[in-house]
Design a protein around this ligand. Sequence first.
Ligand code: F6R
Ligand code: MG
Ligand code: MG
Length: 367
Amino acid sequence: MDVTLSAIKADIGGWVGHSVTHPDTLARAEELMAAAKRQGVILDYRVMNCGDDLQLIMTHQHGEDSEVIHRLAWETFSRCTEVAKRLKLHGAGQDLLTDAFSGNVKGMGPGLAEMTVTEREAETVIVFMADKTASGAWNLPLFRMFADPFNTPGLVIAPNLHCGFSFEVHDVMAAKKIVFNSPEEVYDMLVYLGSPGHFAVKNVYHRDSKQIAASASTQKLSMLAGRYVGKDDPVLVVRCQGTFPAVGEVLEAFSSVNIVEGWMRGSHNGPLMPVGFASAKCTRFDGPPRCIAAGFQLANGTLIGPCDMFGDVAFDPAREKALQVADILRTMGPFEPHRLPLDQMEYTTMPEVSKRLAPRFVPIDDD
Ligand code: F6R
Ligand code: MG
Ligand code: MG
């Protein structure tokens, strides 16, 4: 059976500030998704949140880029925005960049990761959701999962993974894409993946079977809107087991520190902390950036889960390390590399300050 899994998310208003979604907005989304399931539009769904981002995880048979599914997500976000406005939540409707839906949520604000799979005898998937960070934040963990034998021993010792994976990488500034084959093109690929603000992994494929292995949201809100409207807060879907990395290999990619852009005012580097569902709440300095992992088995399109994959003591050391890095970075205050370089900050007073101070800049004497 072919099933499409669509994870579509948007920040439609935060409670309190940009910390989390409000239960009433989640409840409205739940009602609308339940109605869509009753009407047979979708096979199944889960409404979740990571920080202030409302996450719609849907299974259906309309395929990718379906107007039916994208409209359902858009209308759900719009109706939830009405609730957010009534409660005067912070930034109500902030990620819905236009009033009118035009057939596809791409380019309209919400983040999107979709894949169509022929459901295996046991179809194991993990949906990762992040808050207070940007698209590209998954580059490092995706590299670890699918290309690093020190993370994923299956690449070395499992015959069905030994062929390696191919990575579709998007140049999010130039709207171009390229496919790299791992392992033989890893050094070339890392030239790009190491700049996650510019190049982001969109999809990963199994080399032999060509099957989709992972898909990430790569939209850049600030580029779409031409101004700061919040960070991208990306989502990622990963298939596990069999010809794909095991669940534990996929999760292992989050056991060491990944410093990402985002955090306070979308203008700081900070650690992407893996947390359980109950800790998906951005507080300190509006963060630190964090991600949750919702594990599912698919049963004819029904979502069996979520299982809270980071809600385990095994990830306590990763959280501890992330919090230590957060402390160290915070001591730097307004200095790089804690604060982003001037041209990458989402908030900046630089144009105003430089205009005002321009007359006071005089040539440096060489004597
Ligand atoms: C970062 C984020 C927050 C806000 C900050 C100021 O992605 O959402 O750190 O940038 O709380 O928010 P505003 O400008 O809405 O008052
Ligand atoms: Mg927000
Ligand atoms: Mg957010």
